[in-house]
Write a protein that binds this ligand. Structure first.
Ligand code: SF4
Ligand code: SF4
Length: 408
């Protein structure tokens, strides 16, 4: 039996288990939050392995189960996974693009025990929705929205905002209202993964944000609680960072498609940290005892200016992945903070430069299996800048098992 560390008592239980059950996806979103090197992933966990993850998570105290991907509907055993989650008493949230949802499927998922479905749109117009996902899926998503209502789920819509669609915020909110949405999440892109590769093209301008906030106020004043709108500003326009994931290894535990367990869905890119795989050890050990989950707990890892900062309880120094991407060291202050010596150049100056980018100056990279493979292969030789090259795991190679990853 493994020896328990002495400080186990000070560690909270995980409350949220996010199961990224597949990285296969029919869409190719330009802002996708899946790792850019996801083509390194080997076999997805089997049904039995996912059921074991759910059991272990629940035993540890997790109460919320998020089923995401890729597109979770591509797993034919999704209903089985949901059924087990329901039996264990999780509150189950399905995060989906809607592609693959049919009336038979939603009926089965309802019976199996899905509590909540979050449907993503890319825009209010067919043209932009289909461009951003590089698919023809707008009409299909509208049909799924109707099915969600028909099966008596609360309508929860999600649309990631950025420079290419933020000017449509009024139309996006009108579309949500006409669909009878109870809850709309309009989060500006956070620049990780594929969004980071496309950062220059996706960064909204100050003017766009101001206009969007005015529209938002109008809708909030008119609709109040009838349609709750959750709006997230892009980090780059802040002077203080977010308390990322509510603390490293504090609330959230993410299991990737191949069983790698992470404190957040993008942390796999951090160098010199070996994150364990659920196939090799228990979830309990990974959460409480593994070096990866303990690395940034508490504040003993902090360097200046965070170390002696009176605000460190508020934000825990921000996001470790952003610190690594922008400043080259995951233990540094998140450069979103204006106290960081990297804030001026990496954040403020970037926003100014991005305003000047002209159409076609830098081609947009769509999230596809082919691109992930290409980028892995060419990352040391192609035109990635140093920040972009940090998105890849050290020594990463693409999996030769093409059947379990990427587009279908
Ligand atoms: S490509 Fe789009 S729909 Fe698919 S996982 Fe990424 S963000 Fe989600
Ligand atoms: S210096 Fe660090 S702890 Fe202080 S406000 Fe900035 S990020 Fe937070």
């Amino acid at each position: 039996m493994r020896k328990l560390p002495t400080n186990r008592e000070g560690i909270n239980k995980p409350l949220w288990l996010l199961a990224e059950i597949t990285y296969r996806c029919p869409l190719n979103c330009v802002f996708c939050y899946n790792p850019v090197d996801y083509a390194k992933q080997h076999q997805e966990l089997t049904t039995d392995e996912w059921l074991s993850v759910l059991n272990q998570g629940r035993e540890m105290g997790a109460a919320q189960l998020g089923l995401s991907g890729g597109e979770p509907l591509l797993r034919k055993d999704l209903e089985l996974i949901v059924k087990e989650g329901r039996k264990l008493g999780y509150y189950i949230n399905l995060i989906t693009s809607g592609i693959g949802m049919t009336e038979a499927r939603i009926k089965n998922l309802k019976e199996a025990g899905v509590d909540h479905i979050q449907l993503s749109f890319q825009d209010s117009t067919r043209e932009m929705n289909d461009f951003l996902s590089s698919t023809k899926t707008f009409d299909l998503k509208n049909k799924v929205a109707k099915l969600i209502k028909q099966y008596d789920y609360p309508m929860v819509l999600n649309c990631v905002l950025h420079r290419l669609n933020i000017d449509h915020i009024e139309e996006i909110l009108s579309m949500a209202e006409s669909m009878g949405a109870e809850y709309v999440e309009l989060a500006n892109t956070q620049f990780y993964s594929w969004a980071s590769l496309n950062k220059k093209q996706l960064m909204p301008t100050r003017q766009q944000l101001d206009k969007a906030e005015a529209v938002l106020k109008k809708f909030r004043d008119r609709l109040g609680n009838k349609m709750k709108i959750y709006f997230v500003m892009p980090d780059y326009y802040s002077t203080r960072p977010k308390k990322c994931m509510n603390g490293w290894g504090n609330v959230f535990i993410t299991v990737q498609a191949d069983g790698t367990v992470l404190p957040c869905h993008v942390a796999g890119m951090l160098p010199n940290i070996e994150f364990a795989n659920i196939k090799d050890t228990s979830l309990d050990w990974i959460w409480y005892d593994s070096p990866g989950f303990n690395l940034f707990r508490g504040d003993s890892w902090m360097k200046e200016p965070c170390k002696s900062c009176p605000e460190k309880e508020n934000d825990l120094g921000g996001c470790r992945c952003q610190a690594y991407m922008l400043a080259g060291d995951a233990a540094l202050t998140d450069p979103i903070c204006e106290k960081s010596p990297h804030h001026e150049k990496m954040v403020k100056q970037f926003v100014k430069d991005a305003e000047k980018i002209s159409a076609g100056e830098k081609p947009i990279i769509f999230r596809t299996d082919k691109e992930s493979r290409r980028l892995i292969k060419e990352k040391d030789t192609c035109s990635l800048n140093i920040e972009e090259s940090r998105l890849f795991e050290d020594g990463v190679v693409a999996s030769s098992d093409k059947s379990r990853v990427g587009s279908i």
